[in-house]
Design a protein around this ligand. Structure first.
Ligand code: HEM
Length: 500
């Protein structure tokens, strides 16, 4: 019996050894671990920063790691990032999206519909330029409507009274930003301002979102309990006949619906799945980003006061707003003038973002990193930038663990000079990715978060409840965007009193 077992173990080891990749000349150091398929995924997931740092110390700025069935070459030195952006043809981002998004959101690979792929890319323009203005104005109206109804008692909602109310800060941010973003992009029901089933939608979204890292890692959905059923519910929300009953839909979503309608090969469920993917892209990061932006401000009342003063100066408002006065209007120019607020948001993004920028090598080639360094890359391998390491580098950001709301301000303007080894960095803040794949919704996202902070700072006094631990980053989605807190924290708020 033991002899048979030994032979089997021996055979398995030989199979595993044969299946392992051998490093070729000119390729970076290879770290692949012993567990088939998983490779070093668990070490990376446990503490990505510590894992990458350890390997950087051992192997230098470029090394390849086998993670969840993929060979990923990490480029650790931010001074080398610009060279990666130059390889647009050989290093493709959309190949990565096309591998991951269909299995995650449940639609057929877009690469099978080349025309549609092109039109989908074009639709991203509708998140920027002139269209950004319309989106931002619509967001202000929606944010204000939801906020006033739920927190100021408009239209019979529950009003924040004279005294303090308490709540979970994440839940508060999520309820406001999720619904207002949804209304702005997808529109409202024909005969009402709000969808009646938004709480259920958000509940299912959160359940799906919790499984998101596992789906992206390639775990089949049938292994993830009820996730498939949850995803089906979310997709059904966006079936074309349902969306036909919505009005004030953004041009961005209207155009995408048109593109899908023109494609006979897409079923209604496929169309719904595409719309659901955009819901994830638009709130999956914006909600946690709003949480951290507000959390750090409430925790540092001195920062909060400085941002509030800037806001009142720009709006030429008194120090507080009577809740029964008309809605607050904030123009595009005014949003742009809020430079301290923008710095505070960027600082919270620096601390909370852990997105990985991935490109897929389209061919075997030599990647020239700088004059001295070149590495050989194989077709199908991933090239990965992990900006969180740069965001936490003490050489670039002094006391990187500390929140400094004005870190990105110099002489009253945006600071853009950050250095590594004495050289000015082209890329020093990358929560939205980089180069050709940079997030098309980034301007809208920053505007939304600004509008959200503006409303809260105008209407509410806010404090953290005492006697609780600080919010911690949940690393389980390292590599996938803005990290969530491990658990919600409690805060209290009350209406600011109008000053005479
Ligand atoms: C704080 C909020 C947000 C963050 C941190 C964020 C971050 C990102 C990142 C890191 C990427 C991948 C870029 C890369 O790998 O180089 C991305 C892609 C994308 N984001 Fe955002 N995003 C945010 C908000 C939004 C919003 C509000 C929208 C839409 C309304 C949006 C739409 C998209 C889309 C459609 C893509 C895929 C682009 C493509 O396939 O080329 N994002 N985002």
């Amino acid at each position: 019996m033991w002899a048979v077992l030994l032979v089997l173990v021996g055979l398995l080891s030989v199979v595993l050894l044969l299946g392992r990749r051998r490093r070729r000349e000119g390729e970076p150091q290879l770290i692949q671990g012993w567990v088939p398929y998983i490779g070093k995924a668990l070490d990376f997931g446990l503490d990505s920063n510590a894992f990458l740092k350890k390997n950087q110390e051992k192997y230098g700025d470029v090394f390849t790691v086998y993670i969840a069935g993929k060979y990923m070459t990490f480029i650790m030195d931010p001074l080398l990032f610009p060279s990666i952006m130059k390889y647009g043809r050989q290093l493709d981002f959309h190949d990565f999206v096309n591998q991951v998004a269909p299995v995650t959101f449940g639609y057929p690979p877009v690469s099978s519909f080349p025309d549609m792929d092109h039109q989908i890319q074009r639709s991203f323009r509708l998140l920027q330029g002139d269209n950004l203005l319309a989106l931002t104005e619509s967001m202000m109206g929606n944010l204000q409507a939801v906020f006033r109804q739920d927190f100021l008692g408009d239209a019979g909602g529950e009003a924040a009274g004279e005294g303090w109310s308490t709540g979970g800060l994440y839940d508060f941010c999520s309820s406001l930003m999720f619904e207002a973003t949804f209304l702005t992009l997808y529109g409202s029901p024909d005969h009402a301002c709000r969808h009646s089933d938004m709480a259920a939608l958000r509940h299912h979204f959160t359940k799906f979102d919790n499984m998101f890292p596992l789906l992206v890692a390639g775990i089949p959905i049938w292994l993830l309990g009820r996730t498939k059923a949850t995803r089906e519910k979310l997709i059904r929300y966006f079936l074309p006949q349902r969306m036909l009953g919505w009005s004030n839909t953004s041009l961005f979503i209207t155009m995408r619906s048109r593109v899908f309608e023109q494609n006979d090969m897409l079923s209604d469920t496929d169309k719904g799945a595409h719309h659901f993917a955009i819901l994830w892209a638009s709130v999956g990061n914006t909600v946690p980003a709003s949480f951290w932006a507000l959390y750090y401000l409430i925790n540092q009342q001195e920062a909060l006061q400085a941002i509030r003063q800037e806001l009142h100066r720009v709006l030429q408002h008194p120090e507080s707003q009577d809740p029964w006065e008309p809605e607050v209007m904030i123009s595009k120019d005014q949003l742009e003038q809020l430079v301290y607020m923008e710095s505070a948001i960027n600082e919270s993004l620096r601390l909370s973002s852990a997105s990985m920028n991935i490109r897929v090598a389209q061919q075997d080639f030599t990647l020239q990193l700088d004059k001295q360094h070149a590495v050989a890359v194989r077709r199908g391998d991933f090239i990965a930038l992990y900006p969180q390491m740069m965001h936490m580098d003490p050489e670039i950001f002094t006391e990187p663990q500390v929140y400094k709301y004005d870190r990105f301000i110099e002489d009253g303007r945006e600071k853009t000079d950050f250095f590594k080894r004495g050289q000015k960095l082209k890329f020093y803040r990358m929560p939205f990715g980089s180069g050709s794949s940079i997030c098309p919704g980034r301007f809208f996202a920053i505007n939304e978060i600004k509008q959200f902070l503006c409303l809260l700072l105008i209407y509410l006094d806010m404090e953290m409840e005492e006697g609780q631990e600080e919010a911690q980053l949940d690393n389980s989605r390292a590599g996938l965007g803005i990290l969530l807190p491990t658990k919600d924290v409690r805060f209290r708020y009350r209406l600011r009193r109008p000053t005479s």
